[in-house]
Structure formats: structure tokens, C-alpha cells
Design a protein around this ligand. Structure first.
Ligand code: NDP
Ligand code: PYR
Ligand code: MG
Length: 425
């Protein structure tokens, strides 16, 4: 990145006030009478009600629209383990995306935890504050056990975004790319570099959608995950195959799909050339993808390429998922985000590109017409249709699978974030 871009990014975060998000007041606080209701003595009334009936926290506090974005900073984007504090700009960033796209309030919480257990204990102790927990940028393999235990211990949705948010959006993009490249999901050979949070979850969801397990090769820093390796944790071992392929170059020869959820610049032009006709390349590492689209295109034109970034076409990024998945889950007070809800989100996101993007989206992207094709396989993050369509699909799936504690919302589908509190004046 240029020095100018670096300075612009730093200025954006520093000026005119530090950071990207603040807390707002939702009730009158001008007069003594207002404060009498808001604070002492009025506040004692909802306290007594909630102590008597805990569900009333959803009526009298912001719990039901409040998500904790929680990280320990061990896998910040593709930058690695840079510590809890350094993860704060990303967590604030997730906060603005939750708010901007789905009207959800966020507290970002960066935890200095000396062990996974210390992290779990911290989240367990604070979870009652929130309507949902979005775990973020926690490295594998610890993230898997952390999420599993927290799901057991919390009665609200716990969702590791780098696993499931990424998997959902990646699969939505893949379904559309396969249509364009005229490939059948049950026939494709998939190579996934990165066997961490994003890689393992994305591949699992692809298998649910029909990719054949024996058509998948996964790689980590040591190369292909094969059955003769004795250094594999249980999550990687689940994908070990009996093969003589050892390197990424070996793996990619004649492959249909490359999924990169690892680190920068791993994919070379020669490797791209060696893939099957009409290949699909998802170079999703942030901020620097496994290959730049212009470099991949310099060796062949029949490919479809996506990155996780906002400055190229086809942004396959979990921002297309987590705001709306939580919106739908919160609005039916779901106790969990289950597989049916995830699959509903996949198909809802994928469906949106079949219609041209609305005018407001085109305007935000320099006036270009966005119609389904190799440069438009996935909706843009500012597509207002995502709110209505994805939240509704997730809420409906929650109700249908019995994890919702409220019925399908009468005020759905949502058109804008102004519609989320139908009782508001
Ligand atoms: N576009 C999007 O929406 C998203 C993108 N991502 C990106 O995916 C990447 C991984 O994130 P996440 O899964 O959370 O992180 P994890 O730390 O959980 O996993 C990282 C995985 O990538 C592997 N890896 C890292 N560097 C290399 C390398 N040079 N060669 C081969 N394998 C490598 C690691 O190998 P090993 O196991 O050997 O250490 C590990 O398996 C990041 O770049 C992140 O930005 C993540 C989430 C969403
Ligand atoms: C997008 C995201 O969550 C990541 O790169 O970690
Ligand atoms: Mg992340």
C-alpha cells in the first residue's frame, strides 16, 4: 500500500475523534423528571422486574439488540497474533458494520487471556449483558473448543464469525461462481489453503452443500494435509487424505477451485495456469490476498476471482453475513445459530445477484451496472436487500427448527434499519 493510503487509513481512525464508534442515548434525559425515571429512583422498577423475571431484561434493557464482539487478538485478520489491544480497530470495525447494516449495537471487548479457559471464563461471566456473542479473530485450533464450550454455557447465540460467517459467504459466492463456470458441485476438485477457523468451517459447509470429501485437499503451513502426517490436530486430521501430493503446486494441478484463507501471495501465476479450465479462485486472506486479481488475470481470462477486500470486484467477506444472521437470530430470540439457519443464509445471500443490484449500490460503486457475471458473483456490502432477505431467511429457519423463543416477526421483512423497532414512534 502507498504511504498516502496508509496515512489516509490512520487519519480515518484518528480524526476528528479517535476510533469509529460511540454509544448513543435513546431516552429523554433533559429534565429532572427524565432523570428521575432514567436513574434513581425510577431505575429500581425495572431492576425489581428483571430480578423477578429475567426474560424482562429484553423488555427493559438494550440486551436484545446488543451483541458483544469479542476477541483475544490471536488471529487478527491475516496479520497473526498481535495481542488483544491491537485487535481493537478490527472489533470496532465489526461494530460499525453491525450497526450500519443491521441496526445492531455492539460492545467490542478485547480480552487479555492467558489461556483458552481464561477467555471462556471471561465470556461466560459477561454473557448475560448481551443478546448474542460474536467471537472474532481467535486462532485455530483453540477457537473450536472455545466456541463449543461457550455454546454450552450461554443461552444466547454464540457465533465465531471467522468460522461460520466466512463459510456462509464463501459458499454463497461459490454456488454462484459454479453456475457461471458451468461446474457441478459434486464434481469439483477443491484446494483449500488454510486449515484454521475459516478453512475448516468453509470446507465443512461446502461438504454439506454437496462437495465430495474425497475431492478436497487442504493445506497448512507444512503443505498438503495427508494421512501419513503425524503432526495433525483432530480438526485437520478429519480432512487428511491418502495422496502423494505434498505442495500447493502439486495440489492445484487440474483443480477447479482454490480457496485461500491463509496469508498473502501464496498463489503464483504458474499455479493459476495449472488449474482446470474455468477455475474459481477465492483469495480471501486479509488484508493481502493469496494472489492479486490482476496478477491471476495476467495468465488466464477464463477464471473467476474473489478477494476479501472492498477495492476489487467480488468481495467475499463475512460482512455479508454476520449483521443479518444476528439480526434474524435476535429478532426471534434464537438460542443458537444452527446449521439450518446457516444454510438459509447461504442461499439467501446467493440469490440476490440473480437480480441486478439496486441503483443505490451502483451509485456507490462509481455508477457501474452490476449484473450477474464473473465480476458480480456476490452482493456488495451496501446492498440494502441483504437486510430484508437474509434476516428473514435466518429468522424463518430458526422458527422452523425450534430454536426461536419468539414467533416469526410480524414486522418482517425489514426494508431499512429504521424498521427494527416497530413499536417506536
Ligand atoms: N474474507 C473473509 O471474510 C475472511 C478472511 N479470513 C482470512 O483467512 C485467513 C485465516 O484466518 P483464520 O482462519 O481466522 O486464522 P487461523 O489462525 O485460525 O488459521 C490460519 C490457517 O492458515 C494457515 N496458514 C497461514 N499462513 C500460511 C501459509 N503461509 N501457508 C500455508 N498455510 C498458512 C495456518 O497454517 P497452520 O495451521 O500450519 O498454522 C492455519 O491453518 C486470514 O488471512 C483472514 O484474514 C478469515 C475470515 C474471514
Ligand atoms: C474478514 C475477517 O473477519 C478476517 O479477515 O478475519
Ligand atoms: Mg475475522
Amino acid at each position: 500500500m502507498s504511504d498516502d493510503f496508509k496515512q489516509a487509513a490512520l487519519d480515518y481512525h484518528a480524526k476528528p475523534r479517535p476510533g469509529k464508534i460511540s454509544v448513543e442515548i435513546t431516552k429523554p434525559t433533559e429534565t429532572g423528571a427524565d432523570l428521575t425515571l432514567a436513574y434513581s429512583p425510577g431505575v429500581a422498577e425495572p431492576v425489581r422486574e428483571i430480578a423477578r423475571e429475567p426474560e424482562l431484561a429484553y423488555r427493559y434493557t438494550s440486551k436484545g439488540n446488543l451483541v458483544a464482539v469479542i476477541s483475544d487478538g490471536t488471529a487478527i485478520l491475516g496479520l497473526g497474533d498481535l495481542g488483544a489491544l491491537a485487535s481493537k480497530p478490527v472489533m470496532e470495525g465489526k461494530g460499525i458494520l453491525f450497526k450500519r447494516f443491521a441496526g445492531i449495537d455492539v460492545f467490542d471487548i478485547e480480552v487479555e487471556a492467558e489461556s483458552p479457559q481464561a477467555f471462556i471464563d471471561t465470556v461466560t461471566r459477561i454473557h448475560v449483558t448481551f443478546g448474542g456473542i460474536n467471537l472474532e479473530d481467535i486462532k485455530a485450533p483453540e477457537c473450536f473448543e472455545i466456541e463449543r464450550i461457550l455454546k454450552e454455557q450461554c443461552d444466547i447465540p454464540v457465533f465465531h464469525d471467522d468460522q461460520h460467517g466466512t463459510a456462509i459467504v464463501c459458499c454463497a459466492g461459490l454456488l454462484n461462481a459454479l453456475t457461471l463456470q458451468q461446474k457441478k458441485i459434486e464434481d469439483i476438485v477443491v484446494v483449500c489453503v488454510g486449515a484454521g477457523a475459516a478453512g475448516v468451517a468453509s470446507i465443512k459447509l461446502m461438504i454439506e452443500l454437496g462437495v465430495r470429501k474425497d475431492n478436497i485437499l487442504m493445506l497448512d503451513r507444512k503443505g498438503v494435509i495427508h494421512s501419513r502426517r503425524d503432526d495433525l490436530n483432530q480438526y485437520k486430521a478429519a480432512f487428511a487424505v491418502d495422496t502423494d501430493k505434498r505442495t500447493l503446486a502439486d495440489a492445484l494441478k487440474d483443480a477447479d477451485v482454490f480457496i485461500g484463507v491463509s496469508g498473502p501471495d501464496m498463489l503464483t501465476p504458474d499455479m493459476v495456469s495449472s488449474m482446470a479450465p474455468n477455475p474459481i479462485i477465492f483469495a480471501l486472506a486479509n488484508p493481502d490476498p493469496e494472489i492479486r486479481p490482476e496478477l491471476a488475470r495476467s495468465v488466464r481470462q477464463d477464471l473467476i476471482i474473489a478477494t476479501g477486500r472492498s477495492d476489487y470486484p467480488n468481495q467475499v467477506n463475512n460482512v455479508l453475513g454476520f449483521p443479518y444472521i444476528f439480526r434474524g437470530a435476535l429478532d426471534v430470540r434464537a438460542s443458537a445459530i444452527n446449521e439450518t439457519m446457516k444454510l438459509a443464509a447461504v442461499h439467501a445471500i446467493a440469490s440476490l445477484v440473480r437480480e441486478p443490484a439496486p441503483e443505490v449500490v451502483s451509485r456507490a460503486y462509481g455508477g457501474q451496472t452490476l449484473t450477474f457475471g464473473p465480476e458480480y458473483i456476490i452482493p456488495k456490502p451496501n446492498d440494502p436487500r441483504l437486510l430484508g432477505v437474509v434476516s428473514a431467511a435466518v429468522a424463518r429457519a430458526a422458527v422452523d427448527t425450534g430454536v426461536a423463543r419468539k414467533g416469526y416477526p410480524a414486522h418482517y421483512p425489514l426494508e431499512t434499519v429504521d424498521d427494527i423497532f416497530p413499536g417506536e414512534l
